[in-house]
Design a protein around this ligand. Sequence first.
Ligand code: MG
Ligand code: MG
Length: 257
Amino acid sequence: MSDIRLKTVDEIELMRAAGRIVAEVLDGLETMMKPGVRLADLDRFAEEIIRGHGATPSFKGYPNAHDPDSPFPASICSSMNDVIVHGIPNGQILEEGDILGVDCGAILDGWHGDSARTYRVGQCGPEASALLRTTSEALDKGIAALEAGKPLGRVGHAIQQHAEANGYAVVREFVGHGVGRNLHEAPKVANFGSADSGPIVEVGLTIAIEPMVNVGTIHTKADPDGWTIRTADGSLSAHYEHTVAVTEAGPEILTLA
Ligand code: MG
Ligand code: MG
């Protein structure tokens, strides 16, 4: 675990403050998920809340691993229907029955919070509703599996078991991560794999757990914009994420209001 940076109680308190801002954004967006709203409007709302707290959006300007000239241009990722993650909030308009994943990060006093959820726009069909429910439950089960003294692999194992038991596929190419002074740091937190894999969890570990669950294939494809990642078969995808700390009392979600 040498490259994993464990956090003190005081550092976790600072991360909780960043996490509260992210939660305020995601809670506030609930009321905006209506037909006719532009993705760019959601992004502006998010950025105003983040900067209003004296924080900075974690994602805006985040470097593109494949193209140094295309840093991420916005404060949220907005991932509609078959988009898994990293969708860019542009002029696209929400329509009745869409599902929209929103991922948000904020830096406050040098510490990041990172969280995502998938929203329904108006009334959604049973296929979408069941996918959202199962993916949210998978996140809960992953968090519950996080325990000091046990392998980190228990998290991904619990997520995969729940998703696959409900007939869904778990994305392999994108995974959760350590979080702290860096948005992405060690360790990787897969949403799949064996329960006895990975490093042993210690008190002070802070990670973003983020299941990405597809109705169809596990395979993905990227748009020409260099960011947007879709399901290869066009099936629906959902994404939920919390930043979680391992405390003496057990796992604690830091991205709550
Ligand atoms: Mg995120
Ligand atoms: Mg993340």
